[in-house]
Design a protein around this ligand. Structure first.
Ligand SMILES: [Zn+2]
Length: 179
């Protein structure tokens, strides 16, 4: 990747040998590897068996999970928050694992819509929940720094599974809790 970054620096009309840029290809490659480290992880690694039997059938909500991702169309960041809720059916997953699942998918190339659905389906699969709701709100650098240059637009996406889809009251409870 270092070599490719050196070529990109050349292609934009810069000199990759000048002192300020000499180590940039290596740093940029390391940064990119970090930003896409989700490819090195699996759901099993991330959850690591942190599932616990529970009689709870009330909504579990983890809100304001910080989210940093790269859009797959421009390789530019989108940054925001994810809110994840589910209704357990016999077991719960460790709370920090919910945030780690969001992070694992966020650290891959994405469009926000797909990220939202992947998180919801994974929580569903891992916990066997009666329902899952995920809302992601994010600002996209590809809109803010280029193209239409809309600085304040926030994109919101949602995925509702099971009772979150079929039961209006459940959905409303989720929406009012994250408001
Ligand atoms: Zn984009």
């Amino acid at each position: 990747m270092n070599e490719h970054y050196a070529r990109i620096i050349e292609a934009i009309g810069e000199d990759p040998q000048r002192p300020g840029l000499k180590d940039t290809p290596e740093r940029a490659a390391k940064a990119m590897a970090y930003l896409t480290r989700g490819y090195q992880q699996t759901v099993d690694d991330v959850v690591n068996g942190a599932l616990f039997p529970s009689d709870c059938s009330e909504m579990v909500l983890v809100k304001d999970i910080e989210l940093y991702s790269l859009c797959e169309h421009h390789l530019l960041p989108f940054i925001g928050k994810a809110h994840v809720a589910y209704i357990p059916d016999g077991q719960v997953v460790g709370l920090s694992k919910v945030a780690r699942i969001v992070d694992m998918f966020a650290r891959r190339l994405q469009i926000q819509e797909q990220l939202t659905v992947e998180v919801a389906e994974t929580i569903q699969k891992v916990t066997g929940a009666a329902g899952v709701g995920v809302i992601v709100e994010a600002k996209h650098m590809c809109m803010m720094m280029r193209g239409v240059e809309k600085q304040n637009s926030v994109m919101k996406t949602s995925a509702m599974l099971g009772t979150f889809r079929s039961n209006q009251a459940t959905r409303n409870e989720f929406l009012s809790l994250i408001r």
